[in-house]
Design a protein around this ligand. Structure first.
Ligand code: PMP
Length: 425
């Protein structure tokens, strides 16, 4: 496997980019051999800067839903690019996109478009406060809602005032949610919930319908707004808001990543209950009205409505889960696969500092399969049965390799330091 170009880019990046690359796209928290820079992506595959090819189970951390460079989506995007993208105001596609999304998402009566997930979650928080005139926002401890000071997982540069009136509860835990609502008194503005628990580093968990229903009731009783953050899971679980699957309708839902198949757009959808608050806040961005991502979203949503992309991903995901489970048990490895099959997370038993998971992921990477050792992954429509078979074959070899090497595996320096620091807190 060639690495020279990537290593050279990493050296250059260290001089001109903070930490080389920032955020979770940095490979600082990944196995040492993971490439940082990519030069091409097509369908379910990804090529790094040295030309090494991988079957990509990260899908750009979610945006790749149909396949990278999907020709149907690209065609409309390129055509719109020659007509106009960022203009002095939006194109007609904005109205159509709002119509389509509010038709598809049952709870939604209106839509606002922005660029990143953080824009949408931050606007949802502001609208909940504007609508209710109250201050407290509840979020599940450990849930990721973006990188703004009110929600970033890192404390650096954040002051207590940035987090004022942001309180936590435990996901799926009704007692904890009720206690947090009671503590908010008559000052509760909103409750955030991920569609399922998809926090990093720990097993994923599906939502307990009783918890989701209780969150709805508590919002109805207090006048607070219920907000489902569907940025990561949106349209990967169903063709509606994800909590529609358990019969709970939020007042606001946040969307991003995949609904334009990777072109930059995110959305906040809301019900009439939140319309006044939404209309009252000041919200805009230089690129929020760009036409290209909107036509790409319209095309992606058409494919979502009219194709079996979701059933295909679920069917492949079931085969993958079964095949990996069998491979792990044949190798005698304790291997946990959690979350929906089309958004799996893989963790190993007895692996507190992730050294087994890191070694297995590296063994997969050497076989041309890009998996993540601590973040949930994503299947996409472009994956095939052959891709899944290839993954299972590679996994069998990787399990055996790691089992042989187990006694000699070393912890990852940055990850183990991070966990020691958390344990010491
Ligand atoms: N919410 C969730 C659930 C997410 O997964 C993410 C991104 N990983 C965000 C919010 C923030 O989105 P963005 O990175 O586009 O700002």
């Amino acid at each position: 496997m060639q690495r020279e170009t990537d290593l050279d880019l990493k050296r250059r990046a260290a001089r001109v980019l903070p930490n080389g690359v920032y955020g979770h796209e940095s490979t600082l928290l990944l196995p040492e051999s993971y490439p940082q820079f990519f030069s091409r992506a097509d369908g379910a595959y990804l090529w790094d800067a040295d030309g090494n090819k991988y079957l990509d189970y990260m899908c750009a951390y979610g945006p790749n839903l149909l396949g990278y460079a999907d020709p149907r989506v690209n065609a409309v995007a390129v055509e719109q690019l020659s007509k106009g993208d960022a203009m002095t105001g939006p194109s007609p596609a904005m109205v159509e996109l709002a119509e389509v999304m509010t038709d598809m998402v049952s709870h939604a009566d209106w839509a606002m478009f922005c660029k990143n997930g953080t824009d949408a979650t931050t606007m949802a928080k502001t609208i909940a406060r504007a609508q209710t005139g109250k201050r407290v926002i509840l979020v599940a401890a450990g849930a990721y809602h973006g990188a703004a000071p009110w929600c970033t997982p890192r404390p650096d540069g954040v002051i207590a005032e940035d987090r004022a009136h942001i309180e936590t509860y435990a996901y799926n835990d009704i007692d904890s949610l009720e206690a947090a609502v009671a503590a908010a008194g008559d000052d509760l503005a909103g409750i955030f919930a991920a569609p399922f628990k998809h926090d990093a580093f720990i097993d994923q968990a599906l939502p307990d319908p009783a918890y989701a229903k209780r969150a709805r009731e508590l919002c109805d009783q207090t006048g607070a707004l219920l907000i489902v953050d569907d940025i990561r899971a949106g349209f990967r679980l169903t063709r509606d808001c994800s909590w529609e699957l358990i019969g709970v309708r939020p007042d606001l839902s946040t969307w991003g990543k995949s609904f334009a198949n990777g072109l930059p757009i995110s959305a906040l959808l809301g019900s009439d209950r939140a319309r006044e608050g939404a209309g009252s806040i000041y919200a805009t961005g230089s690129f929020w009205f760009s036409a290209v991502p909107m036509v790409a979203a319209l095309e992606t949503l058409k494919i979502i409505r009219t194709s079996g992309y979701l059933e295909h991903m679920i069917s492949l995901g079931e085969t993958l889960r079964k095949g990996l489970g069998a491979a792990a048990s044949d190798a005698g490895m304790g291997f946990r696969q959690t979350g929906p099959v089309q958004m799996p997370l893989f963790l190993f038993d007895d692996d507190p500092d992730f050294r087994i998971g890191f070694a297995w992921s590296e063994a997969m990477l050497r076989r041309g399969i890009y998996v993540h050792p601590w973040h949930n992954m994503f299947l996409c429509q472009a994956m095939t049965r052959d891709d899944i078979d290839m993954t299972i074959t590679a996994a069998r070899e990787a399990f055996d390799e790691v089992k042989q090497a187990r006694a000699t595996l070393q912890p990852h320096p940055v990850v183990s330091a991070m966990f020691s620091a958390i344990a010491a807190e």
